[in-house]
Ligand binder design. Structure first.
Ligand code: NAD
Length: 340
């Protein structure tokens, strides 16, 4: 029997997670929930997903637009084993009550606070602790990217201290409302930023401080990392370590990948759906040990790096697979993401 997954909030993250779930052989899409009869609602039907309206009030909007809906979110919850909640990050408390009422498990995204579920998830760092839980939160795109590298480094060499500057994309490519279009914004101006504490929601023992700048780009985030390790190691050893991780892709400026634009072009050339890059893109020629400290750059595709993590989180909460690395491998294989 395959697990039945509902997607509430079929936007940037929700539609990607839906396709990733549909690609697995141990889970299927029970239905997706839209608030408005948009082109995304039509596309969901074309893909063969059953469409549900967020509430009874919204049903009429769909019917007027002649878009076939199978019912409301509450009806979908009756037949789902688990919900991926990818609604904007301010509906958590309201929907949590609804999921509890219907006795359905749920996974939220990084726009919600850690406190909503009391458990924040990353596939490599804490899969075991997610087994059988009712609720979890997959951390944000930036936090996911940071946890992947910090967990690898901490497991192998011990992280004494991490200091990170995040250059954040201002908006997603399909977003016409957000900016800036011509400025750099220290965000937040009062330091440090929330990303460090968010990493600590998964890796509590790591001394990390972060600062962030909003930049006029839509493609990816760029992180500049400076890390003090407990054990000494060489640049070569760091490259080898990252090379063994399932969701880190090493690239080189020598191959003419010198920017986030070229990293995105690589994802398209790899034939990825929507041009997505699920892995952290780490420049191996940026990896440097200087005065005993590690430095490197990585790029994070904000629209997609959390997608495979959501698939693993479903498997953990429903206990479809008890072993985290086996789930990661299964997810990666189904998506066509090379596993070393
Ligand atoms: P989005 O705006 O692209 O999609 C949200 C979807 O939810 C839209 O289709 C919207 O119509 C729908 N929606 C709005 N209110 C709703 C309601 N009350 N009930 C049901 N559906 C509703 O947002 P997104 O970028 O996909 O973000 C979703 C979550 O993922 C947020 O928590 C966000 O912080 C997180 N996240 C976003 C990114 C990113 O870069 N886009 C990356 C990682 C995590």
């Amino acid at each position: 029997m395959t697990a039945k997954v509902a997607i509430n909030g079929y936007g940037t993250i929700g539609k990607r997670v839906a396709d990733a779930v549909a690609a697995q052989d141990d889970m299927e899409i029970a239905g997706v929930v839209k608030t408005r009869p948009s082109f995304e609602a039509k596309m969901a039907l074309e893909k063969g997903y059953e469409l549900y309206a967020a509430s009874k009030k919204k049903l009429d909007d769909f019917r007027k637009s002649k878009i076939e809906v199978s019912g409301t979110l509450e009806e979908l919850l009756e037949k789902a084993d688990i919900v991926i909640d990818a609604t904007p990050g301010d509906t958590g408390d309201e929907y949590k009550k609804l999921y509890e009422k219907h006795g359905v498990k749920a996974i939220w995204q990084g726009g919600e606070e850690h406190g909503l579920t009391g458990f924040s998830f990353n596939s490599e760092a804490n899969y075991n602790n997610a087994l059988g839980r009712q609720f979890a939160r997959v951390v944000s795109c930036n936090t996911t990217g940071l946890v992947r590298v910090l967990y690898a480094l901490d497991s192998e060499y011990g992280v004494k201290k991490a200091r990170v500057t995040l250059m954040r994309r201002a908006a997603d490519p399909g977003d016409i409302k957000t900016g800036p279009i011509n400025a750099l914004i220290p965000d937040p101006i009062k330091l440090p930023s929330h990303h460090g504490p968010d990493v600590n929601s998964i890796l509590p023992g790591i001394d990390i401080t972060t600062m962030a700048v909003k930049t006029s780009t839509t493609l990816m985030h760029l992180h500049a990392l400076n890390i003090e390790l407990k054990k000494t190691c060489s640049e070569e050893e760091i490259i080898n370590l990252f090379g063994t991780r399932p969701r880190i892709r090493l690239v080189s400026s020598k191959d003419r990948i010198k920017s986030t634009a070229e990293a995105m072009e690589l994802a398209k050339d790899l034939g990825r759906p929507r041009g997505d890059m699920w892995e952290n893109v780490v420049w191996k020629d940026s990896i440097a040990i200087n005065k005993g400290e590690l430095y490197f750059f990585q790029a994070i595709h904000q629209e997609s790096d959390v997608v495979p993590e959501n698939v693993d989180a479903i498997r953990a909460l429903l206990e479809l697979e008890k072993d985290g690395m086996r789930s990661i491998k299964k997810t990666n294989t189904a998506l066509g993401l090379a596993t070393s």
